[in-house]
Ligand binder design. Structure first.
Ligand code: NOJ
Ligand code: CA
Length: 677
């Protein structure tokens, strides 16, 4: 990378109110956003793409529990325009260098009532979409903003198709995606992805969700959506004192699915790294004492069936050391799992191991074998109990050389137990302001102890890994655990849907690699997947930590697949979508961060597909060896022959093509390494 490209241009001009530009264009000129107040003084914005409306004039505003709404009667008092063109580097990620090129318009509105309250709407327009946020100055007329609701609207210019999961239901983000007309959406979580009638691809989300409630989108009528903030038991959904701003409301816009996949808009709208050097975090693959519990073969709880025993831990450490996996996750190691822990968590002790788990000896043995234990803090959704122990819990792990922790918040939506500040409990939402703040607190305390964090049942990702690069992954969607349980499994559409929805927000700890393709009490055919598809997930579903989820015995029973899991990269120089269609299939190429090796992965839905991969991305005049793990003869991810896998190698060069077949619910993985390496 040529450092000379790190150029920054910033121009700002304060315009007089008589020369209002009120329009801001993306650097490539294709996206145009407007921002002004209408005849009633309602702040409004609109967005177009190639001259076609995408968002028709839509309103921005707020209601409060103790003050008049900020909704209309505004006038524009000033405007500031600026632009930026920088390139910044990720310490780890799906790409090393990120270009941030945008134009900005910040419009300050004043409400012409007795209170004369002000707010600035800052709008940034990139080639891959738009972000805007509302900024409140410190003002005597609104010393504390007790926000009842945010009224930001998105009036989508036409109908089309949408992929969404419901918001406000008990299972948080863990739902299968629904494909519906935009005009049939209910209240949904973001990211929600759409294809308009003219083919324009859109995804709505938010960036830098800090000290605020998560935003859902509620359909008012037709294709008009409105923000709905996650609830709070307090009355106001958000309470902020003094100057503050909302998260960025984001709209990723492009011609096709590759524009969504390749977009860095969410990261670009986050603040730079505040932790400094985080080279102590090493992207890695890991195994765990985990799948066996989900299969009901062992338990988190203590007793004769306990999974987290010293002996079992040693066995897993040996397996990880032999096969080159850095991490071993061990769940159910600490006191508190006996009885009903979910939605409760009152008994959890994060520094006390069960007596049959000699954590000191286990951590020492792991260090000796060059492996790291991955810590586990399941809270049962009790952040009151967890926060009281947080500092001690992280210090305990640091002392043992444990540098990554998986946290968990198993409680129904609205059932997170927080302190009411008076010695009692109050019940909050997984995506409300309290929980948003809790997650960041955990990440900050963990960072002080040089520990990376991977929350399950988390707050959605809004790109804060840029600011806090120890926030390395999270769940926040239906992961592989659903394939273990006696509930509808993740169908063949699920991963092709995740790639263009949830994954636009950031890394996911999907916990791939169920080589047995069997869940609890399996009757064949069980998990809808071929074996090759399980390998494809490592490339298709980005995370800097990747679990190889199955039990050691099951992994060893599939040596060719295990060999791939050992070889696959986890940190990337570049990533790109080669081809795909939202919810149907995806072929993704990623180049490793260090070295010249590429990996290509493909997944399909319930349709078999033949793809021709153009190797134009390879260096010229260089010979590579491609190793291909593909669906074998007669493989069928929805039938009896799910394990048929063919492994072949071919010599390739730039300009060659590779033909690969994917079975129903199938996939493939390819490693392309320099010849002779
Ligand atoms: C749900 C998590 O997603 C899963 O990975 C974990 O094993 C259980 N909670 C128990 O903490
Ligand atoms: Ca979960």
């Amino acid at each position: 990378m040529n450092l000379a490209r790190f150029a920054l241009t910033l121009t700002a001009a304060l315009l007089s109110t008589s020369a209002l530009a009120q329009e801001v264009t993306s650097p490539d000129g294709r996206i145009v956003a407007t921002l002004t107040a209408n005849g009633e003084g309602v702040p409004i914005y609109s967005v177009s793409f190639d001259g076609q409306p995408v968002i028709e004039e839509s309103t921005i505003g707020f209601t409060f529990t103790d003050a008049n709404p900020m909704r209309r009667g505004f006038e524009v008092v000033s405007e500031v325009e600026s632009s930026s063109d920088t390139t910044w580097e990720q310490p780890w990620g799906e790409r090393r260098y990120v270009v941030d090129r945008h134009n900005e318009l910040a419009v300050t509105f004043r409400q012409n009532d007795v209170e004369a309250r002000q707010m600035t709407v800052r709008m940034r327009v990139f080639d891959d979409g738009v972000g805007f946020r509302m900024e409140f100055p410190e003002q005597a007329s609104l010393p504390v903003a007790n926000i009842a609701e945010e009224l930001t609207e998105f009036r989508i210019a036409s109908d089309g198709e949408a992929w969404s999961i419901p918001a406000g239901d008990w299972n948080r983000y863990e739902y299968l995606y629904e494909r519906t007309p935009i005009s049939a959406l209910s209240t949904v979580h973001t990211p929600v992805t759409m294809i308009l009638e003219n083919g324009t691809h859109l995804s709505f989300h938010e960036a830098a969700l800090v000290d605020y409630s998560g935003m859902w989108l509620r359909r008012m009528e037709g294709t008009r959506l409105r923000a709905q903030l996650s609830p709070s038991p307090r009355g106001p959904k958000v309470v902020r004192e003094g100057a503050f701003h909302t998260p960025w409301r984001t709209i990723q816009i492009g011609d096709g699915p590759d524009d969504l996949f390749n977009s860095s808009l969410i990261l670009n709208l986050n603040e730079p790294n505040v932790l400094g050097d985080v080279s102590w975090f090493e992207p890695h693959t890991y195994i765990g004492i985990w799948w066996e519990m989900h299969l009901d073969e062992s338990s988190w709880a203590s007793g004769p069936n306990h999974g987290a025993t010293t002996e079992n831990a040693f066995r897993h450490i040996d397996f990880a050391a032999e096969h080159g996996f850095r991490g071993v996750l061990i769940e159910g190691w600490n006191v508190g799992w006996d009885g009903t822990w979910f939605g409760n968590g009152r008994e959890f002790d994060f520094t006390q191991a069960y007596p049959d788990f000699d954590i000191e000896a286990i951590a020492a043995y792991a260090r000796e074998r060059g492996v790291r234990i991955i810590g586990h803090h399941e809270t049962g959704g009790n952040i009151d109990v967890y926060e009281r122990q947080l500092e001690d819990a992280m210090a305990f792990y640091e002392r043992l050389g444990i540098d990554a922790v998986k946290t968990g918040y198993v409680a129904d939506a609205g059932g997170v137990i927080a302190s009411d500040g008076e010695g009692g409990e109050t019940f909050v939402w997984h995506d409300g302001q309290e929980q948003v703040n809790h997650h960041l607190r955990v990440v900050q305390v963990a960072a002080e102890h040089r520990i990376a964090v991977n929350p399950h049942e988390p707050i959605k990702d809004t790109g804060l890994r840029r600011t806090y690069p120890n926030w390395v992954s999270r769940e926040g969607a239906r992961g592989a655990e659903y394939d273990a349980w006696g509930v509808p499994k993740n169908g063949p559409d699920h991963v092709p849907e995740l790639i263009f929805t949830r994954m636009l927000s950031g890394p996911m700890d999907y916990t791939s690699g169920v080589f047995s393709l069997e869940g609890r009490g399996a009757t064949a055919p069980d998990i809808p997947s071929t074996l090759a598809r399980q390998l494809a997930f490592y490339i298709a579903i980005y995370s800097p930590i990747q679990m190889v989820a199955d039990t050691p015995e099951n992994l060893e029973a599939h040596p060719e697949a295990l060999d791939f899991a050992r070889r696959v990269g986890v940190d990337w120089h570049e990533s790109m979508l080669l081809e795909g269609a939202v919810g149907e299939y995806a072929v993704i190429a990623r180049q490793v961060r260090e070295g010249e090796t590429w990996f290509v992965g493909g997944v399909t839905d319930d349709q078999p597909r033949d793809v021709t991969i153009d190797l134009g991305f390879l260096y010229t005049d260089t010979e590579y060896v491609a190793t291909i793990w593909e669906d074998g003869e007669g493989a069928d991810g929805l039938g009896d022959n799910r394990h048929a896998m063919n492994v072949r190698t071919v010599t390739v060069r730039q300009g060659d093509t590779l033909d690969v077949h994917m079975a129903r619910a199938g996939g493939f993985a390819i490693e392309i390494a320099l010849s002779g390496e």
